[in-house]
Write a protein of this length. Structure first.
Length: 166
């Protein structure tokens, strides 16, 4: 149990202290500045990253605000387009309605003219038929009247006298 590691003697402790001192001196001279430099660079990198993150956060806030403004403008444009489309459709419907009304009025007027024309045509044909029937009846009556010679001479004489008076 008297191990030099567990119970070191004064000589071992002295050399261990000197080796530890040399190690501390080498680390202080070469290692510590590099370690501090690396820590400092790391600190600067973290601060830089935090600054970039804050800038990115601020930029994201401005982008969100810009996007919200764009969304608001798009909604306004959409509402305007819908309003214009509604007005246009109402105008088209009104134009179609007025065109249809004008066309219906034109067709009704054309039908009235056609009916009047057909009515006049039918009346003219009826008058012609009545005239033809009257002529036929008169012809038959005159033949009947003129078949008797004395009656025919009297009728001719009577008509001649009426003509002379006029």
């Amino acid at each position: 149990m008297n191990s030099p590691i567990i119970n070191p003697g004064i000589g071992v402790a002295f050399w261990m202290l000197i080796a530890f001192g040399i190690l501390v001196f080498i680390l202080a001279k070469f290692g510590w500045p590099m370690l501090l430099k690396a820590l400092h660079e790391r600190e600067e990198a973290i601060e830089h990253s935090l600054g970039e993150a804050a800038a990115a956060r601020q930029e994201m806030k401005s982008l969100v605000a810009h996007n919200e403004e764009l969304l608001h403008q798009a909604k306004l444009e959409r509402d305007e387009m819908l309003r214009n489309a509604r007005l246009t459709s109402e105008q088209i419907i009104e134009e179609a309605r007025s065109t249809a009304t004008a066309e219906a009025n034109r067709i009704v007027e054309s039908a009235r003219e056609s009916i009047n024309y057909e009515k006049l045509k039918a009346m003219h044909e009826l008058k012609n038929q009545i005239a033809n029937l009257s002529i036929e009846i008169a012809e038959k009556l005159i033949r009947e009247e003129l078949s008797d010679k004395p009656k025919a001479d009297a009728l001719i004489q009577k008509e001649l006298e009426l003509m002379e008076l006029k």
